[in-house]
Design a protein around this ligand. Structure first.
Ligand code: SAM
Length: 232
């Protein structure tokens, strides 16, 4: 269970109304139950329910069961698509260990805004579900040009595009360091965006195979390939 609270031995943790309702009203948990808590920065802790009300509850932290596991420094930068598919991308990126998720507005991006709070909640749920101790930040929507103008060139870019160079070849000679994966929208990157990315010394164009993948599939495939080549 994710809590927005510091976690240390003996620490009392108060639950909010929704959490108390779910745990004690819906799941019918009672005092004495031991739950796993994490807050995104202190690892995972066993905590015992000491008070279980319909609208409030308290737990006391016992022992740490997992240290904080920070993912490798890989960002997923993607152009938001339909709502449910964008949710899917955020969920899968969290499961696959993205450190940060950056929605980007490109020339051919249909969606001009995102609900950052809702996407952040999806990331949190996904981290809870996969037993992660870290929740990636979902950034606010940023324009492609702004993102590239401000880019820190020490962060390398895996630019997913139709290209003859497969991932193993494109990434084979590199080690570690901060990285970002770029995935375009359904209409792909524009010629100007392609030229901009291809002109960056820190960007490598990478093919994910001979077929055109949907953006959500491409995000999952790219993260999997990156993690296999350079990640944990
Ligand atoms: N309409 C675009 C086109 O025909 O070029 C296809 C865009 S695709 C649906 C969405 C994004 O997924 C692309 O911009 C790219 O970043 C990524 N992608 C899809 N298939 C890929 C592949 N085989 N290799 C690398 N990237 C791919």
């Amino acid at each position: 269970l994710y809590v927005d609270h510091p976690l240390t031995k003996g620490q009392t943790v108060s639950l909010n109304k929704e959490q108390a309702h779910y745990l004690f009203g819906v799941m019918r948990l009672t005092e004495g139950t031991v739950l796993s808590l994490f807050n995104g920065s202190d690892g995972e802790w066993d905590a015992e329910v000491v008070s279980a009300g319909k609208r409030a509850g308290e737990l006391v932290c016992a022992d740490q069961t997992k240290p904080l596991q920070l993912p490798p420094d890989i960002w997923l930068v993607f152009a938001p698509i339909k709502k449910d598919r964008t949710d899917f991308i955020v969920e899968k990126a969290t499961e696959l260990g993205a450190a940060r998720i950056v929605p980007m507005q490109t020339e051919f991006t249909n969606s001009g805004r995102i609900n950052q709070e809702r996407l952040q909640a999806h990331a949190l749920e996904a981290a809870e579900q996969c037993g992660g101790t870290y929740v990636p930040e979902v950034a606010d929507l940023v324009k492609f040009t702004r993102l590239i103008d401000d880019w820190d060139h020490s962060r390398q870019i895996m630019f997913c595009d139709e290209s003859l160079v497969g991932a193993a070849e494109a990434l084979g000679d590199v080690k570690g360091g901060p990285w970002a994966i770029f995935i375009g929208p359904e209409g792909g990157f524009s010629d100007a965006e392609r030229a901009r990315l291809n002109g960056m010394d820190c960007a490598r164009a990478v093919s994910l195979g001979p077929r055109i993948l949907r953006a959500d599939t491409a995000a999952v495939a790219a993260l999997t390939v990156w993690q296999q080549q350079l990640g944990d």
